[in-house]
Design a protein around this ligand. Structure first.
Ligand code: TXA
Ligand code: MG
Length: 361
């Protein structure tokens, strides 16, 4: 459920969104991870609109979102009939993962069925699929009765949106877009992506809230890091794996514990106004100050789940506040931090006034 108490969208609004999708239009909708920019996965023209709206290269594949079967009280939901039309082969391993984590923030990559449009896979012979858990997403997908492709509803290279207002700000004046409001996204970073398409190994393509340990604990399946895959050439492109990503326009850097001033050394001629994120578990920064810099502390959650859920909110808000520099603490070691570490590192790399020129997704 969304973490705030906003009422969910009415049936009439969802019906209108369904009609918009059927007519080949775009609908932004909430998921538990981030907001998605949705189009009918069977309509090539609608899919092209997504790439145009985002400014995203057409070779970057999209995720197909499917409705969960609505028999939630059954001990085992039958996902097979739902997923089979999209994939060439649904392995035992895939079904274990699906039963353990769907609906939820886990995307699986399969060899695609021949009916899946090349427009959505960027020409690859694989397809990424997930069933989001957010009730508004589920209602939309159930009523639509088909697959909906949905990248994060941000312009290429920008921070993913975690509220309906974020989506509105992204596309204001550029695009006439229907936006379903489902409140703030609870997970806050994009889904974990696991590649099952090589047949023999499950490979982590993008870290997220569901970690390899969570997967091993619930299914006994060992997930390999991309670098550990047997044949790296088989690993499909993931645009999120480009270094620059999720980037604010304000320069962003990470600082090691207690080393805020070190992080400034890269910027010798600044910086009068610097926002410094500080773990809520720490009483204060404890730095000795700097003659020409005004620091302002922003308290951030020191647990990985709480931090992830608000990371993009902090980045967007701080980016709009006119700071000269934003500093975040380096996430601590540990797999549960991999998702946010990944997003923060990319955000640092792509940040700064020219971020849009070398960013992705
Ligand atoms: O949480 C999420 O996954 C969100 C919400 C809206 O569902 N969606 C999302 O979509 O993050 P997008 O397009 O921003 O990122 C999808 C990632 C991209 O990095 C893309 O390259 C990768 O999934 N991807 C899609 N299809 C793939 C495929 N066939 N093989 C490998 N990677 C794929
Ligand atoms: Mg994205």
């Amino acid at each position: 459920m969304p973490s705030n108490s906003k009422p969910l969208q009415s049936s009439a609004v969802i019906n209108e969104a369904v009609q918009t999708l059927r007519d080949g239009g775009l609908v932004a909708f909430p998921t538990e991870t981030v907001y998605g920019l949705g189009a009918d996965a069977k309509n090539p023209d609608a899919i092209k609109k997504i790439f145009t709206a985002k400014g995203r290269p057409s070779t970057h594949p999209l995720i197909v979102h499917l409705a969960a079967p609505d028999k939630f009280d059954a001990p085992q939901i039958d996902w097979t009939s739902l997923v089979s039309p999209w994939v060439r082969d649904l392995s035992e391993e895939a079904l274990l993962l699906i039963n353990a984590f769907w609906p939820g923030p886990l995307t699986l990559v399969f060899k695609k069925d021949k009916s899946v449009l090349n427009e959505l896979t960027g020409g690859q012979d694989t397809v990424a699929i997930r069933a989001p858990a957010h009730p508004v997403a589920q209602e939309l997908l159930r009523k639509f009765k088909g697959g909906v492709v949905a990248p994060s509803a941000n312009r290429f290279g920008k921070v993913s949106p975690t509220s309906a207002a974020d989506v509105r700000n992204e596309f204001e004046g550029m695009l006439d877009l229907m936006i379903l409001d489902g409140g703030d996204c609870e997970v806050g970073i994009e889904s974990t992506i696991i590649d099952l398409s090589s047949g023999d190994r499950a490979v982590l393509l993008r870290p997220g809230a569901i970690t390899p340990s969570d997967i091993f604990d619930k299914t006994g399946i060992q997930v390999y890091q991309t670098g550990e895959a047997i044949n790296k050439d088989l690993t499909p492109r993931v645009s999120g794996s480009m270094r620059a990503h999720y980037a604010p326009t304000t320069p962003l850097r990470l600082y090691a514990p207690g080393r805020v001033l070190d992080a400034l050394s890269e910027f010798p001629d600044i910086k009068s106004r610097v926002a410094v994120a500080v773990w809520d578990s720490e009483s204060s920064l404890g730095h000795d100050g700097h003659p020409s810099v005004h620091f302002e502390e922003v308290i951030v959650p020191s647990d990985s789940t709480g931090f992830a859920s608000r990371l993009y909110r902090f980045l967007r808000d701080l980016d709009n506040q006119g700071w000269d520099l934003i500093l975040f603490p380096e996430p601590p070691p540990g797999e549960e931090w991999d998702g946010v570490r990944d997003r923060l590192q990319r955000a640092c790399f792509g940040s700064g006034p020219s971020s849009s020129s070398h960013a992705s997704n």
